[in-house]
Design a protein around this ligand. Structure first.
Ligand code: HEC
Ligand code: HEC
Ligand code: HEC
Ligand code: HEC
Length: 128
């Protein structure tokens, strides 16, 4: 009986650590964005290779992430990183609606840099 218990705890601990490793891996490996707030989607979820932007292209985190305090962007890694925590379906005060906030962020930079996709189908590709 006691041995079974211990075996059970070991199994649970093993599973739990797998989940933790999985979560850390997933964080490093965002490939597309999916949000619960878009309930009836019009387009397939947008592609967004996070590591390509943040690591390979070396873009400053603050180009995309922000929390404004007295007009200053004070975001750091411990802060909210989900855009839809603040940008919802509809505008709220100064916070523009989510779709507009994403499009503005992504497209303005791609236009400025002359790099990265600008057409609907490149960002929202139909599944092959
Ligand atoms: C080009 C824009 C961009 C850059 C640059 C960027 N991020 Fe992100 N990041 C995003 C977007 C978009 C998401 C997804 C947000 C969402 O789903 O609402 C995200 C998500 C995250 C998350 C949440 C991960 C998860 O699994 O949910 C973390 C943490 C994060 N970013 C940290 C960083 C750090 C640290 C840097 C700088 C080294 C950085 N980001 C640079 C756009 C960017
Ligand atoms: C903690 C809340 C919060 C989070 C999280 C957040 N935003 Fe914002 N965002 C704001 C507010 C507030 C403004 C308005 C700032 C102003 O006009 O003073 C804003 C403004 C913007 C703007 C207009 C231009 C600018 O930078 O001021 C864009 C584009 C934008 N957000 C995109 C994003 C994206 C993309 C993410 C996720 C990577 C994100 N936001 C996450 C609160 C947030
Ligand atoms: C501050 C600048 C900047 C912002 C903001 C930005 N991008 Fe990009 N993006 C780039 C650059 C630069 C490249 C080209 C990187 C390369 O190929 O080296 C790129 C490339 C891409 C690519 C092509 C990847 C590939 O495999 O060739 C996709 C898809 C993309 N971006 C999606 C997005 C989305 C979605 C957002 C908004 C959530 C976004 N980007 C925001 C600068 C940006
Ligand atoms: C640079 C990449 C990019 C381009 C170009 C782009 N989008 Fe998006 N779009 C996004 C991101 C990021 C989101 C938020 C994440 C998501 O839900 O896919 C989004 C969300 C949406 C949404 C809300 C979710 C839904 O499906 O209802 C619609 C609608 C949309 N886009 C339509 C378009 C249309 C139409 C075009 C062309 C005129 C376009 N997008 C071009 C990146 C892009």
């Amino acid at each position: 009986m006691k041995k079974n218990r211990i075996a059970l705890y070991v199994a649970i601990a093993g599973l739990a650590s797998l989940f933790i490793i999985g979560a850390v891996y997933a964080q490093d490996d965002i490939k597309s964005l999916k949000h619960d707030i878009f309930v009836e989607r019009e387009r397939p979820v947008a592609l967004f290779p996070h590591a390509l932007h943040a690591d390979e292209a070396g873009i400053d985190c603050l180009e995309c992430h922000h929390i404004y305090k007295d007009g200053e962007n004070v975001w750091d890694e411990s802060e909210e990183s989900d855009c839809t925590a603040c940008h919802r379906l509809k505008a709220d005060g100064k916070k523009q609606p989510a779709m507009r906030a994403f499009h503005a962020n992504c497209k303005e930079c791609h236009e400025k840099e002359g790099k990265g996709p600008l057409t609907c189908g490149e960002c929202h590709p139909r599944k092959k």
